[in-house]
Design a protein around this ligand. Structure first.
Ligand SMILES: NC(=O)c1ccc[n+]([C@@H]2O[C@H](COP(=O)([O-])OP(=O)(O)OC[C@H]3O[C@@H](n4cnc5c(N)ncnc54)[C@H](OP(=O)(O)O)[C@@H]3O)[C@@H](O)[C@H]2O)c1
Length: 277
């Protein structure tokens, strides 16, 4: 028996089960190699916290009370629809240090088998491939990528450290430049992956990557789970870093659902937005 949630927009009052809600968004037809569909997903508090920052805690990557099983279910339903997921060097370092679990494969845990079957039935590759965005190019590759035969692309700026570029190329990895300085630019990154045939790019990344794609108007859709709590705290991360975004940050509501149960009975909204430009 699935969890019950209520649709608030565009069909107010419709009851539905959580499971399948984002699979039903079925974005498979949305992107093309010329214009990949780029989407991201965050879980946030009402006061915009997505994580505690390092000054605040010894555990920089965990914010008590944000993560919850319903949000995780929908995260995976979105991941299952990607042909490439975009992560970054920081995540791979944190993964190797044991600060995070490995989330680079979808539909292989017992509870997510139906998500894997959804992907399989639609003839998609067993797992989405992986792009790693990085300036430093200093990260370990998790063994799960080779075990699941996921192709890996490394994306960096033209001024990347040459020894690190050589390091990865000598190991047979593709290193692509998508930016004129040290940083990757959102539009150039999307172009690099589109030219390799990818059409649906799922960002598994935080505020810096969000700024990168927003400022370049390279994001197509944003999913936000807004948990009904105010977390406070002195040092925290929010959805996008950097200076004011202006029009590049304008959104238009696409769907909205109400989950009364999680986290810990407070409730949360599952929202999705198209970019307003
Ligand atoms: N609540 C949520 O839904 C949610 C979602 C995502 C993240 N978070 C949390 O937010 C916090 C900060 O996010 P994060 O560190 O994961 O992600 P981030 O701020 O997007 O990115 C950090 C790393 O990505 C690479 N990077 C980002 N933009 C780049 C660019 N334009 N060019 C080249 N490299 C670039 C850099 O890697 P290198 O250092 O390798 O150069 C950088 O250190 C973390 O604690 C994370 O757990 C929460």
């Amino acid at each position: 028996m699935g969890a019950e949630i209520m649709e608030l927009y565009p069909e107010p009052g419709t009851e539905r089960t959580l499971e399948g809600t984002y699979l039903s968004h079925d974005i498979r037809g949305r992107g093309t190699p010329e214009a990949p569909f780029v989407y991201a997903n965050f879980v946030s508090s009402i006061d915009g916290r997505i994580a505690a920052a390092e000054a605040d805690t010894d555990e920089p990557y965990v914010l008590e009370g944000l993560a919850n099983s319903h949000d995780w279910r929908l995260f995976q339903e979105l991941q299952a629809q990607a042909d490439c997921q975009v992560t970054h060097g920081g995540y791979l370092r944190a993964l190797a240090e044991g600060k995070f679990g490995d989330i680079l494969q979808v539909g292989i845990s017992e509870e997510a088998r139906d998500i894997g079957a959804w992907r399989h039935e639609r003839g998609l590759t067993e797992q989405p491939d992986v792009a790693i965005v990085s300036r430093r190019l200093d990260f370990p590759l998790p063994p799960s990528l080779e075990a699941h035969k996921q192709q890996v692309h490394i994306i960096t700026g033209e001024d990347a450290p040459q020894d690190r570029v050589r390091h990865w190329r000598e190991r047979g990895l593709d290193v692509h430049f998508a930016g004129t300085g040290r940083s990757v630019e959102g539009g150039a990154m999307t172009g690099v992956l589109g030219r390799r045939g990818y059409t649906r790019l799922y960002l598994l990344a935080g505020p810096e990557m969000m700024e990168t794609v927003l400022r370049d108007r390279a994001l197509s859709r944003l999913y936000v789970t807004l948990t009904h709590q105010i977390i406070g705290g002195e040092a925290f991360h929010t959805l996008a870093s950097g200076p004011l975004l202006g029009d590049a940050g304008r959104l238009r509501l696409n769907t909205l659902y109400y989950d009364p149960q999680k986290p810990k009975g407070t409730g949360q909204w599952f929202s999705s937005f198209e970019l307003g430009h």
